[in-house]
Design a protein around this ligand. Structure first.
Ligand SMILES: [Zn+2]
Length: 125
């Protein structure tokens, strides 16, 4: 089987997200913007719920066979949180350097905003 676990998770997530209501079109005025904003927040909450469920599923599958504990997971989360120097529940990503033009670019974008070359990304950025 050539399908990775991660691609299966992503396909399942995409299927679940496709069922979510899309924001309504361009309704005019403040009410339309509020509706679109509320729909975006609702989609983000659904995506976060889904991500949390996937994390819990992976953890529940891995914990016992690998001899891991919740305490060890908490310690690792703290380590990752502290990787940017702050224990604040966030992991800030360092910017990347474009391999082609050597400019500093955000890892949020798949391509360099200056020269268009693909950016080699941290898989967790
Ligand atoms: Zn570039």
């Amino acid at each position: 089987m050539s399908t990775s676990l991660w691609s299966m998770v992503l396909e399942t997530e995409q299927g679940a997200l496709a069922d979510l209501e899309k924001p309504k079109g361009a309704a005019a005025g403040e009410e339309g913007r509020k509706h679109a904003r509320d729909a975006c927040v609702e989609q983000l909450e659904a995506r976060l719920d889904w991500t949390m469920m996937v994390c819990e599923a992976i953890w529940s599958l891995a914990r016992e066979p690998l001899g891991l504990t919740d305490e060890r997971l908490k310690d690792r989360i703290t380590e990752l949180d502290l990787a940017d120097g702050k224990l604040d529940g966030r992991k800030r990503r360092a910017p990347a350097t474009c391999g082609a033009c050597r400019r500093t670019v955000s890892q949020r974008f798949p391509r360099c905003v200056y020269c268009g070359s693909a950016i080699e990304r941290d898989p967790f950025a």
